[in-house]
Design a protein around this ligand. Structure first.
Ligand code: M6R
Length: 618
């Protein structure tokens, strides 16, 4: 995915500075190249290059726009077609350098369109799919039609996913944006300035008034004003509902922390306190639908998938029905004709824009002619996934900018746990005291994390110092904690570039144990649940083979601690109610371990190599 930010204004503001700051807030979406375009006096001024925004800014002064500029756009890229080079960076221009296009997404039929345009004499400069758009719009404008009509005609020819921001040297009063499957939002400072962006944090310091563009819609932005259209009907502007964003501005800034990842780990308690307030009615709807379902599937990618593994464990405990967790990219291939009517699918996605998650849902709806219920858990209001879902819960994590998902994982597991407890309540399978104990444990999770974060940073740093030379690790666990081990493992791979296997401790004896040598680090996730005694056996087996044992245990743990070289203690009571929610309370320890390991290895945890926050391409 890529990031787009732009504005058009009638105010005397520092447009260059605002555009640079705005695009920096979207750098999590891609960071291999960047570019800006300013429209002034019937000319387009472009600066672009490969590299991170700050490096390019040092060379090109990205915030210096011609004096009096009132319209500018910027782009940060995650390469799909063509390597990250200056020439492939956005914006891309038409032959006459009058039309500039910035794109997030993939144009699928670009070979065919490129051949057609080349036959008509268009000269392409880059290897990107994006460059088709300005040439195609140029071609339609040659027929004498107006800018926005030419954009609409061009879009009718394009297959694939796109969020586009387009400006024209001779249209100083317009930015045109269109959306198909790639997010675009509009911010409005009425009568003054209008913003477009791939995500809300880009304009949050200036306005909370926001419009979320739907698929196949166009917005024509003027200074302090915006018109919306269906892409194939430009005669009548359409009404759109305005959203008022409640996030604080701080949420989109680093606020004194060195990295977003660290800040977002520290935000976990507050994110969870907000999520604990999700409406009871919505939770009950989810609970009743699951109770009535014949087959239940839960699907997601990456961290959200590991949240599903933990959540399905909790829900199954109270629902007493099997829930199949399937990685979204395999959803269709694994289920095929086995997907039956009256199934319920829970789709979990922080961004609500992960293409494989959306595709899994769309496929299921199409196959069953809508005879399937989609329950969605996402962190982003109005995201694509919400449009394909019957019921939506929005987790209250606030914006997550760090590429590594941290606070959103906690809120996803928490939401699934809340659904599980609703099920337990109406099924009346527990005594009132047991229900109260589970709620007490779940409501305590923010405090447990808060205390842990206050007391354990030096310990984690020290453990990381001693792990410095290790390139391979195991995170081992049993039962529900396998989800924690896998998510912890994903974090370490992602941000610290270390190879780690998050695995079942029992299963590790069927092969992986042969890797263990003297000093091989093995981190055991060991809450005191029904798997504890067997896990203790596994600890001893791995220790006997020379493994360096680091255990993550509760405050008063004795047994596994006694066999460990190092111990990380989570400040929570040793009982089954708290242990059920250990995927939430144990994960910050592993997130911090990854964060400090990244720093130790000289890596930027907010911008891991080869990654982008959301994967919007197959
Ligand atoms: O936005 P989503 O939750 O759908 O994203 C899913 C994964 O791409 C995401 O969790 C990814 O694995 C993160 N980088 C993990 O930290």
């Amino acid at each position: 995915m890529c990031g787009i930010f732009g504005l058009i204004t009638n105010q005397d503001i520092e447009i260059g500075k605002i555009i640079l700051e705005g695009i920096k807030r979207l750098e999590y979406r891609g960071y291999d190249s960047c570019g800006i375009v300013a429209q002034h006096n019937s000319k387009l001024y472009v600066k672009k290059d490969a590299g991170k925004i700050n490096e390019i800014h040092k060379r090109l002064k990205l915030d210096e726009f011609p004096f009096g500029t009132k319209l500018g756009l910027a782009h940060t890229r995650w390469a799909t077609h063509g390597p990250p080079t200056k020439i492939n960076s956005h914006p891309h221009l038409d032959c006459n350098e009058k039309i500039a296009v910035l794109h997030n997404g993939i144009l699928e039929n670009f070979f065919e369109l490129k051949e057609e345009l080349e036959r008509k004499g268009h000269i392409f400069r880059s290897e990107t799919d994006t460059e088709i758009f300005p040439h195609l719009i140029e071609e339609y404008m040659k027929t004498g039609i107006d800018f926005k009509f030419a954009v609409s005609e061009a879009m009718k020819r394009c297959k694939g996913a796109y969020g586009l921001a387009i400006c024209h040297a001779e249209y100083p009063d317009q930015i045109i944006v269109v959306r198909k499957e790639s997010p675009l939002v509009i911010g409005l400072e009425e009568g003054k300035t209008t913003y477009c962006a791939s995500d809300i944090p880009a304009f949050l310091p200036y306005t909370r008034e926001c419009y979320i563009l739907d698929d196949n819609e166009m917005a024509v932005l003027a200074a302090g004003y915006v018109d919306f259209y269906d892409i194939d009907n430009l005669t009548n502007p359409k009404e759109k509902e305005k959203q008022i964003i409640q996030w604080s501005i701080d949420a989109a800034e680093k606020g004194g922390y060195k990295h977003f990842m660290l800040k977002e780990i520290y935000e976990e308690p507050s994110a969870m306190r907000r999520t604990l307030k999700i409406s009871k009615e919505t939770l009950q709807i989810f609970a009743r639908i699951l109770w009535g379902a014949k087959n239940i599937y839960i699907t997601a990618a990456g961290t959200s998938y590991y949240a599903c593994l933990a959540g399905k464990f909790i829900i199954t405990k109270f629902l007493h029905k099997y829930i199949e967790a399937i990685e979204c990219s395999e959803f269709q291939t694994q289920l095929g004709d086995a997907l039956q009517e009256d199934s319920v699918i829970i789709a979990v996605s922080q961004s609500g824009e992960t293409v494989d998650t959306i595709e899994a849902i769309r496929w299921a709806k199409e196959k069953l002619k809508n005879n399937v219920k989609i329950l969605c858990i996402t962190n982003v209001v109005g995201s694509s996934l919400t449009r394909y879902s019957d019921y939506v819960i929005v987790t209250q994590a606030g914006p997550e900018i760090g590429v590594a998902a941290t606070k959103t994982y906690c809120t996803q597991v928490l939401t699934l746990a809340l659904i599980g407890l609703e099920i337990a309540k109406f099924r009346k399978i527990l005594t009132k005291e047991e229900i109260d104990n589970y709620y007490h444990a779940l409501n305590s999770t923010p405090d447990i994390i808060e205390t842990f974060l206050q007391e354990n940073i030096d310990l984690i740093k020290d453990i990381v110092k001693n792990l410095d030379k290790s390139h391979n690790f195991f995170y081992l666990a049993r039962g529900i904690s396998i989800a924690t081990a896998r998510e912890g493992g994903l974090k370490l791979k992602e941000v610290a570039c270390r190879f780690i296997e998050g695995y079942s401790a029992a299963h590790a004896k069927h092969g992986p144990i042969s890797l263990v040598r003297e000093g091989f680090p093995i981190i055991f996730i060991a809450p005191p649940d029904e798997t504890y005694e067997r896990l203790l056996g596994n600890v001893m087996e791995f220790k006997a083979r020379g493994g360096m044992i680091i255990s993550v245990v509760v405050e008063d743990d004795r047994l596994i601690t006694g066999f460990s070289h190092r111990t990380i203690r989570i400040p929570q009571p040793s009982d089954k109610y708290f242990s059920l929610f250990s995927p939430i309370t144990f994960i910050p320890a592993l997130q911090l371990l990854s964060y400090y390991a990244a720093l130790k290895n000289g890596l930027d945890p907010d911008q891991p190599l080869n990654l982008a926050k959301t994967v919007t391409v197959h």
